[in-house]
Write a protein that binds this ligand. Structure first.
Ligand SMILES: CC(C)(COP(=O)(O)OP(=O)(O)OC[C@H]1O[C@@H](n2cnc3c(N)ncnc32)[C@H](O)[C@@H]1OP(=O)(O)O)[C@@H](O)C(=O)NCCC(=O)NCCS
Length: 161
């Protein structure tokens, strides 16, 4: 990652750039679901973190993670093509992973297109494993895979003696 890259929480002013990056790099070929208003709701939501990578005042990557009861769900993660293979995606993921651990999440889960070999290699490198293959998951047009990274052993329910 370049020394000029900053990883920080997104602000409402970043919402449009994030939505456009999502449409171009993640949702291509599918209806646009992560529009600017939806990204804004995620930025303002108390159960979601939106993190951005900034270079020269531009959003070059982002991640959106939702915190459920036991597990965190990585809704979206993308880096713009010109900024890839420089560790930006890893920095975003590690930032979110650390927050997930601190919040007590036992695992991070996500879905990806089965033919997205770059993403599958990226997540494998970060310790994710495939838990399920979902035929026609993307509107019946493309298959998906569910991935999981366990962060901590399940907590004991035994009361201390
Ligand atoms: C997946 C993605 C976020 C990775 O971001 P990135 O900044 O390029 O990732 P990093 O530079 O941190 O890569 C870390 C490691 O992941 C693996 N990796 C990343 N991209 C890869 C690719 N295209 N092919 C093979 N391995 C890859 C490599 O092991 C890499 O380490 P290396 O560069 O030392 O070999 C990026 O390719 C992307 O935005 N893709 C489009 C959107 C997407 O598919 N998002 C995920 C599904 S929601």
């Amino acid at each position: 990652m370049s020394s000029t890259t900053t990883i920080r929480l997104a602000t409402p002013a970043d919402a449009r750039a994030i939505a456009e990056l999502s449409r171009r790099e993640i949702e291509h070929g599918l209806p646009w679901r992560w529009t600017t208003p939806r990204v804004l709701r995620a930025i303002r939501g108390h159960d979601t973190n939106v993190v951005v990578a900034i270079e020269h005042d531009l959003v070059v990557g982002f991640g959106i993670m939702f915190y459920g009861e036991d597990a965190a769900h990585l809704n979206l993660l993308a880096v713009s093509p010109g900024a890839r293979r420089r560790g930006v995606g890893s920095a975003l993921l590690l930032w979110l992973e650390q927050v997930g651990r601190a919040a007590g999440a036992e695992a991070i889960r996500l879905e990806a297109r089965q033919d997205n070999l770059a993403a599958l290699a990226f997540y494998a490198r970060h310790g994710f494993r495939t838990t399920e293959t979902m035929i026609g998951y993307y509107l019946g047009m493309e298959d998906g895979v569910r991935l999981e990274k366990v962060l901590a052993a399940t907590r004991s329910t035994t009361a201390p003696s």
